[in-house]
Design a protein around this ligand. Structure first.
Ligand code: ADP
Ligand code: MG
Length: 731
């Protein structure tokens, strides 16, 4: 067993070594006391080891790899006379006053004076009796905190405080600050980590050839060396590089972590090949009984070249007896739905069911309408399953899924609820998959596992669709275990959308254009401003906008759709719009994804400056779906922030979703781009895609080589760096 795997669960990390700093020992003493007096009411004492476990620090190796999140510079003392308000500084002085004041509220005021005679007030709003004693008159204190210019001179509120002697030396190097949690002091963590370091020798796990090929060029230190440097920076180390994460010691750690991530993703990908899924053979083009063949024949259009290519990629993989996990990306309007329908048809041809899940009810409903239109005439039963269905309808849909009479089940995440079971689920399609959180995707996966044929080891194929193209670095890290098919061509006959950026001072003129367009038979979307702070306010604005437009344009048939409408009402309005009974549709962002009304060719977006790029792109994608030349008017109101200006300019300059995604990433950075739920804690602790993207490629190459030649090292590397977090990577 490698040393690194030794557990420490049975002992407190502190007890083995020499006596720790006085502050840190407190929790242990408390524990001992509780044991001595069993008669005292048994309050559950949270052991520090348990608290450490909460931080994920269960073994020595966990502690050793618990690296600082930042550093504090305690190597300098600033004389009180030279403190500058607004700075964080460390200074020293002797207490000459110590009082508890009651105005405006109870607080402890401690005054210190340094050798030059300058004075500083320390203010504590929460404090213990022990602190009052610790800072008694005559004690010399070393304090560190934010300097403020108070009414009565300089002060620090809640500085960190340490009693010192005249000659207590200053630290020679930066002081690490660790990620922590309530009840665990930095001092305790430091000590525990230091002790763990003495017990563990942290062997290099990277096989020699891998290290030579991929680490040497990076010019980074050995692992143990790197870890020691980060925990205890030497006095002469490059402080700036340590703090901003560019130090070679950090590079070493980040490489190790990215390598673990790549290994995990690739392994998940390979592991899939060992699992069983239903093979769904392709039928010949002259097979009159084939649903795929009949669907293709019945379509009012021919597939684009790009659609044919991705259909072939998907169809080919469905014939294999292990689960497909494929991302279908294609810009808004590129025609992903028919590709999904053809995949479903292949599953049905092979005697299986398919499920299609969409993030919103409006979108799911659209899919249901479209796919019913295509499939029901061919004799396929399609079930519709959403949270808002009446109990009776829901029961009927669930039954149809369970009996297998419904060959295709379409719905929102209601599909993944426990009550729903499938007779023979062979394919799961998820639209706008980035809208679903990691947890939901895991739930779907679990369901899928149990669903197919009732056999645990039999898993349906998965097809995920997204109109938000994923930039390469993200694709490589977050989706590396997915295969990707890309539709890079729009259906023919579309005239490009003209985008105009217009100040809201020209509102009347725009309303005139709306009237004109509607009177010549075109349909129009009017998108209401986004009000993030208040849904109620947003609703109110939508209603007001609707009323104003109804009053200003009495000759038009105007509809209103927003998130608070009951699903049936929503559906009624959308239906009326798609049948051209409504000419002008006033809408909130509920129409953002997937809504498809080809005759709509003008869109006005109010307060466009409040929307994000991806959102604007999605919204704009609702027009330009038919043959009429489409216009999108982005109405803004001043003043415009610099990023808002950049966004609007991007929208005016391009309709290419990939280009927009690239610029979006540039403006916002990857964390926000993916949404908090997909980035963050589950993935990377040390590396960041923003700054360390350049390390991904070498990590990927190393991962490939390691999997091929050193499978044992792979397992050890994953255990060391990912531990329990690994399953998140597979969602
Ligand atoms: P998205 O990729 O945004 O989901 P859709 O699947 O909703 O796009 O397709 C957009 C519109 O284009 C729909 O009206 C669809 O029927 C139509 N469409 C799809 N493929 C073609 C094609 N090859 N030729 C013409 N129209 C097509
Ligand atoms: Mg779509």
């Amino acid at each position: 067993m490698p040393l690194s795997d030794r557990r420490v669960a049975s002992h407190d990390p502190l007890t083995e070594e020499e006596s720790p700093a006085p502050r840190a020992v407190a929790p242990a003493r408390k524990k001992a006391k509780a044991e001595e007096k069993p008669k005292e009411k048994a309050k559950p004492v949270v052991k520090t080891a348990d608290k450490l476990a909460k931080l994920g620090l269960k073994s020595d190796i966990d502690l050793v790899l618990h690296l600082p999140m930042r550093y504090e510079d305690e190597t300098q003392l600033t004389p009180i006379g030279e403190l500058i308000p607004g700075d964080i500084a460390q200074t020293e002085g002797v207490v000459f006053d110590n009082e508890i004041a009651y105005r405006p509220r109870r607080q402890l005021l401690v005054k210190i004076r340094d050798d030059a005679g300058d004075e500083l007030t320390l203010r504590f709003l929460n404090f213990y009796g022990s602190q009052v004693k610790q800072m008694a008159i005559g004690v010399r204190l070393r304090v560190r905190g934010d300097v403020r210019g108070g009414f009565f001179g300089l002060e620090m509120v809640h500085p960190s405080v340490r009693p010192v002697d005249d000659d207590t030396p200053l630290p020679q190097a930066l002081t690490p600050v660790y990620p922590s949690t309530a009840g665990i002091s930095q001092g305790y963590l430091r000590k525990a980590i230091d002790n763990a370091i003495t017990r563990v020798d942290l062997p290099e796990l990277l096989p020699e050839p891998i290290a030579r090929a991929h680490l040497q060029p990076l010019n980074v230190p050995g692992l143990l060396d790197a870890v020691k440097t980060l925990h205890h920076p030497r006095a002469d180390s490059d402080e700036t590089a340590l703090i901003d994460g560019t130090h070679p010691a950090w590079t070493r750690i980040k490489f190790e972590e990215l390598l673990a991530q790549q290994l995990s993703l690739k392994r998940a990908h390979e592991e899939r090949r060992t699992r069983a899924a239903p093979a769904m053979p392709r039928r010949l083009p002259d097979d009159e009984a084939s649903l795929v063949v009949r669907l293709l024949r019945a379509l009012p259009f021919a597939l684009t070249g790009a659609q044919q290519r991705v259909v072939a990629e998907i169809a080919g993989e469905l014939t294999l007896a292990h689960p497909m996990q494929r991302l279908l990306q294609g810009d808004v309007g590129s025609g992903k739905t028919i590709v999904a329908a053809l995949a479903a048809a292949q599953a049905i041809d092979a005697g299986y069911q398919a499920a299609l899940m969409a993030p919103t009810e409006i979108l799911a409903e659209q899919h249901a309408r479209k796919l019913r239109g295509w499939l029901e005439p061919l004799g396929v039963q399609v079930a519709w399953l959403a949270g808002s269905l009446k109990a009776k309808e829901k029961r009927a849909a669930i039954e149809a899924a369970a009996l297998g009479t419904a060959k295709l089940v379409i719905g929102t995440h209601a599909i993944i609820q426990d009550a729903v079971e499938f007779a023979r689920l062979g394919l799961v399609i998820v639209d706008e998959q980035h809208r679903f959180g990691v947890a939901q995707r895991l739930a779907l996966r679990a369901k899928a596992l149990n669903a197919a044929d009732g056999k645990q080891d039999f898993q349906p194929h998965q097809l995920m669709m997204s109109a938000t193209p994923i930039p390469r670095t993200l694709a490589m890290t977050y989706y590396a275990d997915l295969d990707v098919s890309t539709i890079d061509e729009l259906p023919p006959g579309r005239t490009p959308i003209l985008t105009k950026v217009v100040s809201d001072g020209r509102r009347d003129e725009i309303i005139g254009r709306v009237r004109e367009a509607a009177l010549t038979g075109r349909q129009v979307y009017w998108v209401c401003p986004l009000i993030e702070e208040s849904e109620t306010l947003q609703l109110q604005t939508a209603v007001e906008t609707y009323e104003t437009l109804v009053a200003t344009l009495p000759e038009l048939r105007v509809g209103l759709v927003h998130g608070r409408l009951a699903p049936a009402e929503k559906a009624a309005v959308m239906d009326a719009f798609s049948r051209n009974e409504v000419q002008l549709l006033v809408a909130t962002t509920v129409i953002e994804v997937g809504v498809d009304v080809p005759n709509a060719s003008l869109m006005v977006i109010e307060h466009a400056e409040r929307f994000g790029l991806a959102q604007l792109h999605q919204l704009r994608g609702r027009v330009g779906r038919g043959s009429a030349a489409s216009v999108c008017v982005l109405m803004y109101s001043n003043p415009l922030s610099q990023t808002a200006r950049a966004r609007l300019q991007t929208m005016r300059e391009t309709t290419d979703g990939f280009e927009i995604a690239r610029r979006d990433l540039e403006i916002r950075g990857p964390g926000e781009f993916l949404g908090a739920r997909q980035s963050g804690e589950a993935m990377l602790r040390f590396a960041s895609l923003e700054n360390d993207g350049w390390l991904i490629e070498p990590a990927r190459e190393a991962a490939a080589q390691m999997l091929k030649s050193f499978p044992d090292a792979v397992t050890r590397h994953l255990a060391r760096w990912l531990g329990a977090r690994e399953h998140y990577l597979k969602a």
